[in-house]
Write a protein that binds this ligand. Structure first.
Ligand SMILES: Nc1ncnc2c1ncn2[C@@H]1O[C@H](COP(=O)(O)OP(=O)(O)OP(=O)(O)O)[C@@H](O)[C@H]1O
Ligand SMILES: [Mg+2]
Length: 420
């Protein structure tokens, strides 16, 4: 018979018997503990926790039944076999009440002992494996529960983090939106102020133009008015003559008011995009500057391959051209160029309109080329230039009309090109 994987406590006060039986047990079990009475047996049980107890009943100090009673208070599962003489029948009955698993009658037959051992060993083995399985299952359940709890807490944590991140994102978006709106408003405001500042140079030119345009008609009105007084004194003033002079004066005044209307229109930004003719814009702009350019002995020529229609802001385009013409005039005057020429060329290439303003004032110095379109960059004195002209030209052409403006040197001077 093979040795069972179990531990046995054998409690017997008869030393000879204890030793003999223990030897048999040792051959069949892994571990055998011995005790010579009930209290020793109880102490041994508590210390060693054996799988099985085989105990005599009649023993000194504490008898077997008292010991079993104590042991059952600690363990319901430990297997207990009681050894008793056949004559002590009431002991068996008491043992049953204490949950004893089996009995051996004195004198112990080895065969009975081994049979009981075998039977209980199987039960213990089975119980152990069931217990182990139950334990494993419990462990697994425990692990599962823990994992679940962990997962739940992680999900909660993550949800909390996400909520915080989301709030921060919303706040960030709101402040960003706010900042962008403020920056855009600031840029618009700055552009607007710059536009107003840059108009002053153009306005100076326009006022010169009006003064020039008005000199002749004012002179005419003056002469006509004086002639009225003269005729009256000579008594030649008839009603017809008066009506004729008044008509003349009115027509001159009308002509003068057209000049003022042109001026007003120029400074009244038309914010509606319209289709306009490039040729007519050039001619109108040239009419504004002609007189002052003549004064500086500048010859203005206009070459046109083909007229172009542009969709955009007419007055703003005219303002760009005016800025380029004033810059060319300033360069010609400053460089004391002898034979002063400005040529304006209009052409159409690949569906785009090209306008070139070419002068012979010597061109752009390489050192300032990359800066000249920047706001407030000027080589002129404070009274003569704000440095906003070309910046505004670029803004109008590139931002407002989706075109581009560039400059190059042609050997004798600068060539500005506007492409829309
Ligand atoms: N045709 C040109 N030939 C030579 N230099 C030029 C010409 N046009 C512009 N520049 C240079 O570019 C600079 C910037 O021109 P921009 O029109 O922006 O400002 P400004 O003419 O100096 O001042 P503002 O136009 O505001 O009165 C000028 O100061 C000048 O040095
Ligand atoms: Mg300028």
């Amino acid at each position: 018979m093979e040795r069972h994987d179990l531990s046995i406590l054998f409690v017997e006060d008869d030393e000879l018997m204890r030793n003999t039986i223990s030897k048999v047990l040792e051959k069949n079990a892994q571990e055998v503990y011995q005790a010579s009475n009930g209290s020793e047996g109880l102490a041994m049980f508590l210390e060693k926790q054996p799988d099985m107890i085989i105990t005599d009943i009649m023993m000194p100090e504490m008898n077997g039944l008292e010991m079993i009673q104590e042991i059952r208070r600690h363990s319901r599962s430990v297997k207990i076999v009681v050894v008793s003489a056949y004559s002590e029948k009431e002991n068996f009955l008491k043992s049953i009440a204490l949950g004893v698993n089996n009995f051996l009658i004195k004198p112990i037959s080895y065969k009975d002992l081994l049979n009981i051992l075998e039977e209980l060993a199987n039960i213990i083995c089975l119980e152990k494996s069931v217990e182990a399985e139950r334990h494993l299952k419990m462990l697994a359940q425990e692990n599962l529960k823990q994992a679940h709890a962990e997962l739940e807490s992680r999900v909660k944590e993550r949800t909390r983090e996400l909520a915080v991140a989301n709030t921060q994102l919303i706040e960030f978006q709101e402040t960003l939106q706010d900042k962008i709106e403020r920056s855009v408003a600031e840029i618009r405001m700055k552009d607007h102020i710059m536009m107003l500042q840059s108009r002053q140079a153009v306005m100076g030119e326009m006022i010169g133009h009006i003064a020039h345009q008005w000199r002749q008609p004012l002179n005419t009105i003056g002469l006509l008015t004086q002639s009225l007084l003269f005729s009256y004194r000579k008594e030649t003033l008839t009603e017809e003559l008066l009506a004729e002079r008044v008509d003349k004066i009115m027509s001159v005044l009308e002509h003068m008011s057209v000049t003022v209307d042109d001026f007003r229109d120029f400074f009244n930004p038309n914010r509606e995009k319209l289709t306009f003719s490039l040729e007519s814009v050039v001619k109108k702009t040239l009419s504004f500057v002609e007189s002052s350019f003549q004064k500086h002995k500048i010859v203005l020529t206009f070459e046109k391959e083909e007229d172009c229609q542009i969709y955009g802001y007419e007055n703003e385009y005219s303002q760009v051209l005016m800025n380029l013409l004033i810059n060319a005039k300033d360069a010609l005057v400053e460089n004391r160029t002898e034979d002063r020429q400005i040529c304006i060329r209009v052409s159409r290439r690949m569906g785009k309109s090209y306008l070139e303003v070419e002068d012979n004032a010597g061109g752009i110095a390489e050192s300032i080329r990359s800066q000249m379109f920047e706001p407030y960059f000027t080589t002129k004195s404070e009274q003569n230039g704000t440095g906003l002209g070309l910046y505004i030209c670029k803004t109008i052409v590139e931002r407002n009309m989706s075109g581009y403006i560039d400059v190059s040197n042609n050997g004798t001077g600068a060539v500005f090109t506007i492409v829309i």
